[in-house]
Design a protein around this ligand. Structure first.
Ligand SMILES: [Zn+2]
Length: 67
């Protein structure tokens, strides 16, 4: 049994301000909440890329602008 590995879950629709699909990667424009003690939240919005790899969803930080 390999049940202990963390899988990043694709956030459900409501958080994304915008979304684009390119080259099999779904790019989502999202605001970021880093913690309740932060006075600057929400940050961004920033683009994140999501894609499927080996049956699980992977994600990466892209930045303020899409490449
Ligand atoms: Zn913050």
């Amino acid at each position: 049994m390999e049940g202990s590995q963390k899988v990043e879950e694709l956030p459900e629709g409501s958080k994304a301000l915008d979304a684009q699909i390119s080259g099999g990667i779904t790019y989502r424009l999202e605001k970021v909440f880093c913690g309740k003690d932060c006075k600057g939240c929400p940050h961004g919005p920033y683009w994140y890329g999501y894609w499927k790899e080996g049956g699980r969803t992977r994600s990466k930080y892209v930045g303020k602008m899409l490449p």
